[in-house]
Design a protein around this ligand. Sequence first.
Ligand code: MRU
Length: 353
Amino acid sequence: MTNEFAIPRSVEWKETHIRILNQQKLPDVTEYADLETKEDVFDAIVTLKVRGAPAIGITAAFGLALAAKSFETRDLSDFRRQLADVKAYLNSSRPTAVNLAWALDRLTDSIRNAISINEAKTTLVHEAIQIQVEDEETCRMIGQNALHLFKKGDQIMTICNAGSIATSRYGTALAPFYLAKQKDLGLHIYACETRPVLQGSRLTAWELMQGGIDVTLITDSMAAHTMKEKQISAVIVGADRIAKNGDTANKIGTYGLAILANAFQIPFFVAAPLSTFDLQIENGDQIPIEERDPDEVRQISGIRTAPEDVPVFNPAFDITPGSLISGIITEKGIVTGSYTEEIEQLFADCQLS
Ligand code: MRU
């Protein structure tokens, strides 16, 4: 048994509020923040107090359910109108991770047939809790499926934090490491620090150490040298949105790692739940890329490291073409190669089962 359960939950439903692990404060301080209004939820997502595609979806779902609880109207149509406004507001907090829209849609779909406001309020809370519960099992299955790709002693590289605190539990890209530890498989992970806001060094290094997993931290610029010198056997990353053809948006720097992995002929895997696929879009060109505050680049943890007014380009994500991805690991299995056909087939099979 590992001690991964020592890792705090990213999000908890508390009936009158939502409690989140404040990821801005990690690794130095393990602090929680209580979100009581839709504005609190919006702010927590925008400022990365809670981040990672599945955790953003879960938090927004709880936020919508919480806001709905406070609606005072007695008219069901008016209730639905107010709900649609809050949904649009929360959905605008971050543009790239499609799990946000997916979770909010799931909530509004769940009350399509509600006949009273009370019923709708209760159903929204239940559905949000259900999303969180399912996400834990989904992540465990992703870990289980990914485990077959690695062997004892492998050295594996990742970027950003696609771990337990980015999800309900286990994570996506980090899930196999927790399961490998339980089986005494001894995988070693190289975590890229992930400039500009350091999800790799602040969060992944911290989380894996909490879980008793072997981790070594490198700066992003050390990736090529490390692949060569440390015999990296695979790269595994999370995803914020995957298009129908397998093109994948993930934290800025992922595309560079995929190109390097290709050059070194190292397998490059994406781990993501089905809720991260966007079947409305054909390819990665249609994925909106969030651009964030220039000060994230001019500063490191609040300390200025560049001229105050230097122009900055700060895209939070990049798109890795499906052609550079060796496999996409989901809770329902691994798709490889002909993504357009395989992804379509995967979703068709899920509808039948
Ligand atoms: O800006 P962030 O920290 O929300 O970006 C997170 C990532 O890019 C993760 O890799 C992705 O959301 C998957 S989390 C399981």
